[in-house]
Design a protein around this ligand. Structure first.
Ligand code: ACO
Length: 338
């Protein structure tokens, strides 16, 4: 019997410490006005000392399981997929620890590294496992602690990124037209432009060379202006492909949930797709760019404030380092975000 993968639970978690533009402007060569006007970000959350990505992932995962009415017990899900660029360690993957801490037993658990597109990549993978009959329920988490890889002296990145985690539960349903079913997933990449978003050190490329690495090479780097244009085009094209595949006219989209990198990117993306700006879900002002956690945190926010209502047409699209991008669509189901 054919099954489809549908959204059954949603949860998010932000570390308590808020970092305002004013706080950053006190130590960096920037201003509150520059950050607000050029990015739309007013504040973001950063994890405290000793807090790692798995700590945020466990909180968000717990909330998504609760939202799906699933217990913290073996058998609740058949797989845990964690999208992250900031794993607890280079080895092993972080997902198995998250699964164990959630009490999910000896379930399949693995990480996905697609930077800001990671959550859409993880959704696609989870959906494929369900459609293939390899899993009935999958917990998909996007979690990041970018504050641990930001160069505190780099004004071009430090003002943009925030920490957080968002999670969903996908479950198998028999009907393709059931609300919540993931439709028309698209993924893409262009590795020839990997240098645009890069942490130079910490991997085998740096470790296989002789000599001590520059300590600053462990920091995240981004050529923001070049990334900006690419982000709009790639998300626009990927989203359009999904719409063409499932036969939804562009103007039938009720809510565009794009990767929350910059308010100007979200506006440009809506324009690219010919949608009114108001259809773009925005929470970048309060969380900054949370990379793989961005889409699920935006969904949580929009579900909690009543923007996403059952039956509305939702289009997800993300873009990130790699370069990578992706998109998916769904009809919003009746669920309580936790
Ligand atoms: N304060 C003051 N000035 C700054 C700051 C700052 N915090 N940051 C950069 N500037 C300066 C730059 O040094 C540059 O100065 P220069 O012209 O003298 O060299 C100038 O501002 C560039 O400003 P803008 O023209 O406003 O540049 P832009 O419009 O491209 O905005 C930004 C910069 C905010 C980084 C933008 O490019 C952006 O959001 N990029 C995309 C990020 C993105 O999409 N990320 C998604 C993927 S991320 C991932 O995968 C992890």
């Amino acid at each position: 019997m054919t099954h489809y993968a549908a959204l059954a639970g949603l949860g998010g978690f932000l570390p308590p410490r808020q970092v305002t533009n004013g706080e950053l402007a006190a130590t960096l060569d920037t201003s509150e006005e520059w950050i607000t006007s050029r990015t739309g970000i007013r504040t973001r959350h950063w994890a405290g000392p000793g807090v790692a990505t798995s700590d945020l992932a466990v909180e968000a995962g717990h909330r998504a399981l609760k939202s799906a009415n699933l217990p913290l017990a073996p058998g609740a899900v058949d797989a845990v997929i964690l999208a992250t660029t900031t794993p607890d360690h280079p080895c092993p993957a972080t997902a198995p620890q998250v699964a164990a801490r959630l009490g999910l037993g000896t379930v399949a658990a693995y990480d996905i590294a697609a930077v800001c597109s990671g959550f859409v990549y993880a959704l696609a993978t989870a959906s494929a496992q369900i459609v293939a009959g390899q899993a009935r329920r999958v917990l998909v988490i996007g979690a990041e602690t970018y504050s641990t890889i930001l160069d505190p002296a780099d004004r071009t990145t430090s003002v943009i990124f925030g920490d957080g985690a968002g999670a969903v539960v996908l479950h198998a349903v028999p009907e393709a037209d059931r609300p919540g079913v993931l439709l028309g997933v698209d993924l893409g990449s262009d590795g020839s432009r990997a240098d645009l978003i890069l942490v130079p050190a910490g991997g085998s490329r740096q470790r296989s060379t002789l000599g001590e690495p520059d300590p600053r090479d462990r920091y995240f780097t981004m050529q923001g202006t070049k990334v900006f244009a690419e982000a709009v085009t790639r998300m626009g094209e990927s989203a359009s492909l999904v719409l063409a595949r499932i036969g939804w006219p562009r103007d039938s989209i009720d809510h565009l949930v794009g990767h929350q990198a910059n308010i100007r990117i979200l506006r440009a993306l809506a324009g690219w797709l010919g949608l009114p700006e108001e259809r773009a879900v925005v929470n970048v002002d309060r969380v900054g760019n949370t990379s793989a956690a961005s889409i699920p945190l935006a969904l949580c926010d929009a579900a909690a404030n009543g923007t996403l209502t059952p039956g509305s047409r939702v289009l997800l699209t993300a873009f990130g380092g790699g370069l990578t991008w992706g998109a998916a669509a769904l009809i919003w189901p009746d669920l309580n975000a936790a």
